[in-house]
Design a protein around this ligand. Structure first.
Ligand SMILES: [Zn+2]
Length: 139
């Protein structure tokens, strides 16, 4: 399950939950995604928010619950955890994650935004990160 931040033609922002990126693309191309505020099907995906958690960061993040009904409280707990423990690097996220991997920057827990192209690059370079969907990340 992944979440994407979406925006309609009238700039309402909302979050969509999908099985994976293909599921999102399929729903988007068939007009199945609409804005919860104005119902517009003209929706686009915003840059994702992503985070890297290193062992040098503080405590362990909350574990994904087995019960789907607990998923919202899980995301709330994860959001609190990230707020407290992650340094916000904004659009420098991909660069910073890369520097940490090469040892050019101190290993720490960071959060920021990525584009799909950057996510693919990071994945190809073997840099582990996870996607998060937290509206309060907007600086
Ligand atoms: Zn709208």
């Amino acid at each position: 399950m992944i979440t994407f931040d979406l925006e309609c033609e009238k700039l309402h922002r909302f979050e969509g939950w999908f099985k994976n990126r293909e599921d999102f693309e399929a729903q988007l191309s068939t007009g199945m995604i609409s804005c919860p505020v104005c119902n517009s099907p003209k929706v686009k995906k915003l840059p994702s928010r992503a985070a890297v958690h290193t062992s040098k960061g503080s405590s362990t993040p909350p574990q994904l619950p087995a019960q789907p009904r607990e998923i919202l409280s899980y995301y709330r707990a994860l959001g609190d955890f990230i707020d407290k423990n992650f340094e916000h690097v904004g659009e420098a996220f991909a660069d910073e994650a890369r520097k940490m991997k090469k040892g050019e920057a101190p290993a720490r827990s960071i959060k920021g935004v990525t584009t799909p192209a950057q996510e693919e690059e990071l994945a190809e370079e073997g840099i582990e990160f996870f996607k998060v969907a937290l509206p309060k990340y907007d600086a």
